[in-house]
Design a protein around this ligand. Structure first.
Ligand SMILES: Cc1ncc(COP(=O)(O)O)c(C=O)c1O
Length: 400
């Protein structure tokens, strides 16, 4: 039987043509094999998984339990419970000094739900969206789900692995509708410099297009003050954020979308139809995510991620990986393995089988130089990361 992403499967199952373009995550295969090895008694160091190794802050868990006992937990408003939308607005005011009307903030099922709703509202058949390569793989799939096409633009270390204004101008065509950026990015951890972001937002507005900025890793930057949000640069930008990463709540499936005011009613209609509402218990729990007690815990964890990054990047460099830029945020290192292997996918398998370290091959994030890159997630304890590096050193025959 052909594999799920083979066009013959489409014919057999009478699937929609768009399914041909929806790729599986290769890392899931690596993870499945890692679990198999563990079931056989081997200890695997997991550096493939893009989720914090910390649970939700205890005040969030307590708030969830209290809310479950107190609230009937019926459907909520499609845009989310008002107190949570207001709490997010206050967070923008307190942390970034910005006034964002709670009316513009809608609660979604993770950043993923926000993407789905935004793309559903903005993309039609044949519309093109510009995005960097490498980038978060689901971006192009969300565009495809609405019959649009992703125009991926090669991005290298010289440009911070992000799009430049010149890229946007050069690649903007008759069918281009907008631009998707992530700052900091998955898989590279690099940010879009503020002036570049400002210029790209102005350019998309001048072209009557949209800009969607994924700020899911915004709370996780490591050098200096918190990264400013694109919301401070324009009130025409769409901003996606989530409780998954900084707030350590991946499985709670909660995020948000900030849209330009005049889109909110339209998006609300779509959200009503698609989801009715987002999980009520998760929404009530998330109210406690902004409490001083939770923020104090999350800031300690941010410092811990920074310690891990500061260990891992030089360690990988000393093993022969190329990491031309210090990632400014997220919890990933996108490392060139061109000096160590011919093909990053085969390399990731070898690293798993022979060293018991799980990493993600670059092909999950695009095509540009994907076969010479792998992604390391530092979502494990420093002790585990140190052991992972030791194992790699032994595999590669490098004394440390
Ligand atoms: C850049 C980026 N955007 C969005 C998401 C989706 O996150 P969630 O739906 O859990 O909020 C992820 C998840 O890894 C991501 O890395």
């Amino acid at each position: 039987m052909p594999p799920a992403d083979d066009p013959r499967t489409r014919e057999r199952l009478r699937l929609a043509a768009r399914m041909d373009a929806i790729q599986p995550f290769h890392v899931m295969e690596i993870q499945r094999r890692a679990f198999e090895l563990e079931a056989g008694g081997r200890r695997v160091i997991h550096m493939e998984i893009g989720q914090p190794d910390f649970p939700a802050p205890p005040p969030v868990v307590d708030a969830a339990i209290a809310a479950l006992k107190r609230e009937p937990m019926g459907y909520t408003d499609a845009l989310g419970i008002r107190p949570l939308r207001e709490a997010i607005a206050r967070f923008y005011a307190d942390r970034y000094g910005l006034t964002i009307a709670a009316e513009r903030i809608m609660i979604t099922a993770g950043a993923s739900g926000a993407f789905l709703i935004a793309m559903g509202a903005l993309i039609g058949p044949g519309d093109e969206v510009l995005m960097p390569d490498p980038c978060y793989p689901c971006n192009r799939h969300f565009v495809r789900m609405f019959e649009g096409d992703a125009t991926t633009i090669p991005a290298d270390a010289g440009g911070n692995y992000q799009l430049s204004l010149a890229d946007v101008r050069r690649h903007w065509g008759a069918r281009t509708r907008g631009v998707m950026l992530a700052s900091p990015s998955n898989p590279t951890g690099t940010v879009v410099p503020l002036e570049t972001l400002r210029a790209i937002l102005a350019e998309t507005e001048a072209r009557s297009g949209f800009a969607l900025v994924d700020e899911i890793y915004q709370g996780l930057t490591y050098d200096g003050a918190h990264l400013p949000t694109a919301l401070g640069l324009s009130d025409r930008v769409f901003v996606v954020n989530s409780f998954s990463k900084y707030f350590c709540m991946t499985g709670w499936r909660l995020g948000w979308l900030v849209a330009p005011a005049e889109y909110v009613r339209e998006i609300e209609r779509l959200a009503q139809n698609a989801f009715i509402c987002v999980s009520a218990p998760a929404q009530h729990a998330a109210l406690a995510a902004f409490s001083p007690a939770s923020i104090a815990i999350l800031e300690e964890r941010r410092a811990e991620f920074r310690r891990r990054r500061d260990f891992l990047v030089p360690a990988l460099r000393s093993l022969g990986f190329s990491v031309p830029l210090m990632p400014q945020g997220a919890f990933y290192v996108y490392a060139g393995c061109e000096r160590l292997a011919e093909d990053s996918e085969a390399f990731a398998w070898r690293v798993l089988e022979e060293a018991g370290v799980a990493i993600t091959p670059g092909i999950d994030f695009g095509e540009h130089r994907a076969r010479s890159h792998v992604r390391f997630a530092y979502t494990r304890s420093l002790a585990d990361i140190e052991e992972g590096v030791e194992r790699l050193a032994r595999l590669l025959g490098r004394a440390r």
